[in-house]
Design a protein around this ligand. Structure first.
Ligand code: PGA
Ligand code: ZN
Length: 423
């Protein structure tokens, strides 16, 4: 038997931070080492993402993942058993072939990704290495967290249209310090929201930020800036907004329902121009237009090339989508969400391709996460300068912050916090 042979795979249906079922996979290597991984899931998912499989029956209102799990046990395990777990690319490509659809809709992106990730974790365990080191022996960059402390859109029960108002502590010296800065801003923001808007304004959003009962982008920015000022970190942080604009776009009538009125693309672009002019510390805009408006993204990229103009739903961590963007000059950065593409190998290929074409890569969590901290290891292995996360509360978020702190400590003096060099 091969030294790192896959000897078993056990998958199960667990729940994520939103009470949604998801897939957990345990891969066994050499009858000895187990590797475990959970599959993340978005709320504001784009149409170009790899397809996860949901059961569609009465259980969990159709959201169960028993079929995906059956596919792991009955289709993937028999083919993968005996394969060398260190041959990640070979394993991932075999799964693509077995699926055969191009978007993973037969076996399910949730089935395939769970196995892909757990194989890497098991191989790392068998090699007695932490995952980030197993994936990249030279890994040492700790990313700037892009933490969404105020939420709207599909992530919050309020009327803010923009999904995420993120704080990026680029002036911290270490990742650990960046977390402390975020926490202190978070405490001040909580006090401020209580003071100005009352108790209900301190309620949590879906991914651990605040969901205050406001509807104005500028009011959200002003609250955030005030909290940062009170925490005395105005000189250490910059800001990023995830518009997730597909969420407020009406495709039938081709307009955006934004801040109480219907806006054309040009009107929304006009709003963004004014906003960025008035708030010069906003350095990053993500999905400012709907996922198929590459033309509009080109206009914004030309105008704001010194900002990060990030494609998330627009690119879906997919090389083919990024190629389309490149042709037009749309965006200058891409998010990398492993479940948008569905295997570790393809996620790395996308990252390499994007960097080769001078796109900045931002690793990212989904709104639906578990206690699994695998994305931190992957981020460090991929040398990402930015890591987009939810807020600062909830162990679904804490697990990644804490894992980065652990990795930074483990790397000691060789650790490099991306800081001002996040691009
Ligand atoms: P999602 O949101 O995980 O709900 O898709 C995150 C994002 O849009 O960046
Ligand atoms: Zn996004």
């Amino acid at each position: 038997m091969k030294k790192y042979a896959i000897t078993d795979i056990k998958a199960l249906e667990i729940i994520d931070n939103r009470g949604m079922p998801t897939v957990r996979v345990n891969v066994n290597v050499d009858h000895k080492y187990w590797g475990r991984a959970d599959v993340p899931c978005g709320s504001s998912t784009g149409s170009h993402e790899a397809r996860e499989i949901r059961d569609g029956n009465a259980r969990f209102r159709g959201k169960g993942v028993q079929k995906a799990i059956e596919n792991i046990h009955e289709i993937l395990l028999p083919k993968l058993r005996g394969m060398d777990a260190t041959r990640q690319q070979e394993i991932d490509y075999l799964m693509l072939e077995l699926d055969g659809t191009g978007n993973k809709s037969r076996l399910g992106a949730n089935a395939i990704l769970g196995v892909s990730l757990a194989v890497a974790v098991a191989a790392a365990a068998a090699g007695r290495l932490p995952l980030y080191k197993y994936l990249n022996a030279d890994a040492r960059i700790l990313p700037v967290p892009q933490a969404s402390l105020v939420n709207g859109g599909l992530h919050a029960g309020n009327d803010l249209d923009i999904q995420e108002f993120c704080v990026m502590p680029i002036g911290a010296e270490t990742f650990g310090e960046s977390v402390r800065i975020l926490c202190e801003i978070f405490y001040h923001l909580k006090d401020l929201l209580l003071e100005k808007l009352g108790k209900s304004a301190t309620n949590s959003s879906e991914d651990g930020g605040f969901a205050p009962p406001i509807s104005s982008t500028r009011q959200a920015m002003d609250l955030l800036l005030e909290a940062v000022h009170r925490a005395s970190y105005s000189d250490k942080v910059v800001y990023g907004l995830d518009f997730a604009a597909t969420g407020f776009y009406n495709p039938e009538e081709d307009h955006y329902n934004f801040e109480g009125s219907q806006k054309t693309r040009d009107e929304l672009i006009g709003f963004i121009k004014q906003l960025l002019g008035d708030y010069p510390s906003i350095v990053s805009i993500e999905d400012p237009l709907h996922e198929n408006d590459l033309e509009g993204m080109k206009i914004l990229t030309q105008e704001f090339g010194d900002h990060l103009v990030i494609g998330d739903d627009m690119f879906a961590t997919n090389i083919k989508r990024i190629q389309k963007g490149l042709k037009l000059g749309a965006a200058n950065a891409t998010l990398c969400k492993v479940n948008q593409i569905g295997t570790l190998t393809e996620a790395l290929e996308t990252v390499n391709f994007a960097r080769h074409k001078n796109y900045t890569v931002v690793m990212s969590e989904r709104s639906g996460e578990t206690e699994d901290s695998i994305l931190s290891d992957i981020s460090v292995a991929f040398n990402a300068g930015l890591f987009k996360t939810g807020g600062i509360r909830g162990s679904d978020r804490g697990t990644n912050y804490n894992r980065f702190i652990e990795i930074e400590t483990e790397l000691g003096s060789s650790a490099v916090y991306a800081g001002e060099n996040y691009r």
